[in-house]
Design a protein around this ligand. Structure first.
Ligand code: 8YV
Length: 320
C-alpha cells in the first residue's frame, strides 16, 4: 500500500522533529517556510494529507486551497493565531496544537523576565562585564519581588502556572479572565483589565493572540499600571498596543517591561533597542530541549493518530 504524504513546514532543531520517525510512517516533503510551498511539484502537493507546521506566518485559505487532499494541520506551539481555523473548518481540515507540554517553561521564563526587570539583571551583568564595578561601586537599588502584588491577564494553563510560581515568592495574586475561575480563595478576580492594573505592581499578559485580543493591553491599562508598574508579556506581541507601550517606557510612565514577544518578530521596533527599562528575550518561552522535544512528539502523534483513527489528541478549542 502506498504511504500517506506528509509535509513538514518550518525550521526545526533536530530534537524538535524526528524525521526518521516521520519517514518510517509517511512519504515526507520538507520546506523551510510557507513561501517555499511553490517549490513543491504539483504531483506531490496534491497528495499531501497532513502538514506539520512550525512558523508564525499567515496560514489561511490561500495556502490551504493548494492542498486538495489535506485533512490535518498540526501546529508546533500552543499559539495558533496565524492559522485561520475558520478557513480550515470550511475545507474540512482539522487543526491541532501543543498545549500543556510547554506551560512550565513559559511560566518559568515569565518569572525570569520579572526578575530581569525588577532586579535590573542586565545592568548588573554589565556592571561586572564592563570592568567598572571597582569604579562605579554598588549598583543602583532596585525593586523587590517577594511579597509584591501581581496581576495575571488571562488565567489559562500558562497564567495559572505563573500564579502558582508567584505564590512561592509570597506574592498576592490578582487576575482577570472572562469568567471567575475555580481557584484559591486568596486570588482576587477582576472582570476588567484596567481595574486589575490599578491594583497591582506587576501585570503578566498570558492571553491568546489573534484579532480578538489585538491591543488588549491599551494606553488605558498602561496608565492604570502606573509609574511603579512592570509589564511582563509571554503571549504574543499583538496583545499589547506596542506604540502605547513604547511611549510609556520612553516617558517612564511605567517602571519597565519584561518581554519575550513582539510585533513583527524578529524585526522588532528599533525603539526597543534604546531603552534601559526593558528586559527582553527573543521569543524563547518554550525553547528548552525537553519541551521542544515534547512539542514535536505531540505534533507528530496528532498526525499519526488522526490519519490512523480519525481522532486527534489535541484539537484546537474551536474544533473540540
Ligand atoms: C512557538 C509559541 O511555537 O507555543 C507557542 O505559541 O509561541 C512557541 O512555542 C515557537 O516559537 C516555535 O515557533
Amino acid at each position: 500500500m502506498e504511504k500517506t504524504s506528509v509535509l513538514i513546514i518550518g525550521k526545526y532543531a533536530e530534537i524538535e522533529c524526528n524525521i526518521q520517525r516521520y519517514e518510517s510512517h509517511f512519504v515526507v516533503t520538507q520546506v523551510n517556510n510557507l513561501e517555499e510551498i511553490g517549490q513543491i511539484r504539483k504531483a506531490e502537493r496534491v497528495k499531501i494529507k497532513a502538514i506539520a507546521f512550525k512558523g508564525h506566518s499567515r496560514f489561511d485559505l490561500r495556502i490551504i486551497k493548494q492542498f486538495p487532499s489535506l485533512v490535518i494541520i498540526a501546529n508546533f506551539g500552543v499559539g495558533y493565531d496565524t492559522i485561520s481555523v475558520l478557513d480550515a473548518k470550511k475545507l474540512g481540515v482539522v487543526v491541532t496544537y501543543t498545549p500543556d507540554v510547554l506551560s512550565d517553561d513559559v511560566a518559568d521564563l515569565a518569572l525570569a523576565l520579572l526578575f530581569g526587570v525588577s532586579r535590573q539583571l542586565s545592568l548588573g551583568l554589565d556592571w561586572i562585564k564592563s570592568g567598572l564595578w571597582p569604579i562605579r561601586g554598588e549598583m543602583p537599588l532596585n525593586k523587590r519581588v517577594s511579597g509584591s502584588t501581581c496581576g495575571i491577564v488571562g488565567l489559562g494553563r500558562i497564567g495559572f502556572e505563573i500564579a502558582k510560581r508567584l505564590e512561592s515568592f509570597k506574592v498576592k495574586i490578582h487576575y482577570f479572565s472572562r469568567k471567575k475561575k475555580n481557584v484559591s480563595k486568596d486570588w482576587t478576580y477582576y472582570d476588567n483589565p484596567v481595574d486589575l492594573a490599578k491594583s497591582v505592581e506587576t501585570l503578566f499578559v498570558s492571553i491568546i493572540g489573534g484579532p480578538v485580543t489585538h491591543g488588549f493591553i491599551s494606553t488605558e491599562v498602561l496608565k492604570a499600571l502606573g509609574p511603579k508598574g512592570i509589564l511582563v508579556n509571554i503571549s504574543r506581541g499583538s496583545t499589547i498596543d506596542e506604540k502605547a507601550l513604547l511611549n510609556a517606557l520612553e516617558k517612564k510612565r511605567i517602571f519597565g517591561a519584561g518581554l519575550d514577544v513582539f510585533e513583527n518578530e524578529p524585526n522588532i521596533n528599533p525603539r526597543f533597542l534604546q531603552l534601559g527599562n526593558v528586559f527582553m528575550q527573543p521569543h524563547q518561552g518554550s525553547s528548552t530541549r525537553e519541551t521542544r522535544q515534547a512539542m514535536g512528539d505531540l505534533q507528530f502523534n496528532n498526525i499519526l493518530h488522526y490519519l490512523g483513527s480519525g481522532k486527534a489528541l489535541t484539537l484546537v478549542p474551536e474544533m473540540q
